[in-house]
Design a protein around this ligand. Structure first.
Ligand SMILES: Nc1ncnc2c1ncn2[C@@H]1O[C@H](COP(=O)(O)OP(=O)(O)OP(=O)(O)O)[C@@H](O)[C@H]1O
Length: 540
């Protein structure tokens, strides 16, 4: 007798410690500015063309935004643009060393328009500059995000003369250096720069700080740390001390023998004039802007950035009565337009549940998240075998949509093992709807803006709430509807429930039960696919 097909192997999920509680945070010295945070209702959506509103935008930028399809501001933009550009705290000058700007920390849900929230004020303020200097630095965790944000800046900068560059290591070192700095030979006072705005990954930034002659941060007016919680996490944090040193004015006068760059008159705080005139010391005008959908409240981490009197904005749907809760607790808010479902599944049938979901739900396109590249490859292979078994039957006998008569679903893997060009081509095909299912590890879970993802599926459970929010945030972006489905194996159901409960999120999630019978039309194809997968793996 044939032995039953082997289920896919499943390993227990590693667990992370829970986030600190509010009392732990206050004992550790919770930043008092956090308690003064401004809560911004996520429903805020004023019109861009409202004649009574003053967002501080010049005519040209306003027209540009309209051309890019912005009719209404999203909440985070409605809070930030006036604060940075017109309010009492606004600093519109390029350098204001005697009225140094406050730093800003923003926590707002995924897909809520954080990129324009910082890019627009930066372009507005820098557009008055006369000579090109590196005045704005945007740091992001991955190359794909750098490319995406660079494109947003380029669209906004059209017609301003501002130049945007990127540094990720995607180009050769020499080419990248040449793109950033005019002169690599002579030590120039004030350094040199070909660009006004640099979007980069942290590792590549440090490489340029260390090894690109004349590359200097002395003229920075803005430092943006996007996906801040990720960049401030342990695995990334090592770039911070080097970055902060590069932002600190050098001793004046710079000894001739030193490697340090001699500042020029464009970076006043670096010239250290105050002693000569007996004035109060000048402060660097670099304003740090931190953004995340899951902003850390960890005082130690925030302190390590040396923020200047930071102003916090928290975009939330929480009612005013839950203010403290929203401020103190790490907010894991998701867009209001996101519907969340949870399905507890037996481990051996998890792939079959996924295939059933893909075939029987109105899925335009879906991102399916797995825990690793290995898992992505196996799942994709199994799905391809499943599709071919299904289609071979449906072409030979007439089959209904219920038992597999629906057209083939084209799926592809999206993983870090693919080259840059291949990743771009796959993403483009996914955006155009030619590929309907993208199976991915957490590489794309952050920040990537694919406008119309109808479904996100947590095939393997996310490790923590942060990952859950970022994965889910690939759908329901910019006010659109979207669904996230979590397929949770029976043995991890309790853990997932606790994670969602601890984040105050459990009540949003609809628990769904399917009768096992609904899977029957697909079982035969699934058995064939498993058998073929077993054959492939036994040969390797
Ligand atoms: N005011 C607006 N009107 C219309 N579309 C907007 C507006 N602001 C932003 N968008 C669009 O919304 C989408 C999501 O924006 P963005 O990528 O900045 O989100 P985000 O908050 O950074 O998300 P994540 O946390 O996932 O990175 C983008 O396609 C962007 O062009």
């Amino acid at each position: 007798m044939d032995s039953p097909p082997l289920p896919l192997l499943s390993f227990p999920q590693p667990q992370q410690p829970p986030p600190p509680t509010s009392s732990e945070l206050s004992r550790q010295g919770l930043d008092p500015s956090l308690l003064q945070a401004e809560l911004v209702p996520s429903s805020l959506s004023p019109s861009l063309s409202d004649p009574d509103a003053n967002y501080g935008l010049n005519e040209r930028l306003q027209r540009r935004l309209e051309a890019l399809g912005v009719d209404n501001l999203f909440a985070v933009q409605a809070a930030l643009w006036p604060w940075l550009l017109t309010g009492p705290e606004a600093r519109r000058g390029l350098y204001e060393p005697r009225r140094a700007p406050r730093d800003v920390c923003v926590s707002a849900p995924t897909g809520s328009g954080k990129t324009l929230a910082y890019a627009v004020p930066i372009v507005e303020i820098l557009s008055v500059r006369v000579v090109t200097r590196l005045r704005s630095l945007v740091i992001l965790p991955t190359r794909d995000l750098v490319q995406q944000v660079k494109e947003t800046f380029e669209a906004l900068c059209k017609g301003t003369g501002l130049k945007v560059g990127s540094a990720t290591g995607a180009q050769s070192w020499a080419k990248e250096q040449k793109a950033l700095v005019e002169d690599l030979e002579t030590k120039l006072q004030g350094g040199s720069s070909n660009i006004d705005i640099l979007v980069c990954t942290p590792g590549r930034l440090i490489d340029h700080l260390d090894d690109t002659p004349n590359f200097s941060l002395q003229h920075l007016r803005f430092l943006v740390i996007d996906e801040a919680d990720r960049l401030l996490s342990q695995s990334f944090q090592s770039f911070l001390p080097r970055l902060l040193t590069a932002l600190t004015p050098t001793p004046h006068p710079v000894p001739p023998s030193s490697d340090l760059l001699i500042p020029d008159a464009l970076s006043p705080a670096w010239l250290d004039l105050p002693h000569e005139f007996g004035w109060a010391p000048m402060l660097p005008s670099c304003q740090k802007l931190l953004f995340s959908a899951t902003m850390t409240r960890d005082p130690g981490v925030l302190k390590s950035l040396g923020l200047r009197n930071p102003k916090y904005f928290i975009v939330t749907a929480a009612p005013e009565g839950e203010r403290d809760e929203a401020i103190i607790r790490e907010e894991f808010s998701v867009p209001d337009t996101l519907s969340e479902y949870l399905l507890v599944v037996p481990t051996d049938l998890k792939p079959l549940y996924l295939f059933h979901l893909l075939h029987t739900h109105p899925i335009t396109n879906a991102l399916v998240f797995t825990k690793s590249t290995e898992s992505t490859t196996r799942l994709l292979k199994l799905f391809e075998f499943f599709e071919s078994a299904r289609l071979s039957v449906s072409t030979s006998v007439s089959a209904s949509a219920q038992d597999g008569g629906s057209p083939q679903i084209l799926a592809r893997a999206f993983s870090s093992e693919l080259g840059k060009g291949e990743r771009k081509s796959i993403l483009d095909q996914f955006k155009q709807g030619r590929i309907r299912v993208l199976v991915a590890s957490d590489l794309v879970s952050r920040g990537i803006d694919i406008p119309d993802v109808s479904h996100v599926v947590n095939y393997d459970s996310p490790l923590d709430m942060r990952k859950y929010v970022h994965r889910a945030g690939r759908t329901a972006r910019a006010g659109r509807e979207g669904e996230v489905w979590s397929l949770v194996e029976s043995q991890e159901a309790r853990w997932v429930r606790e994670m969602l409960k601890a984040a105050g999120h459990w009540r949003r999630v609809k628990r769904v039960k399917w009768e096992e019978g609904v899977l029957d039309p697909f079982r035969g194809f699934y058995a064939v696919a498993l058998e073929r997968l077993r054959e492939v793996y036994s040969k390797e």
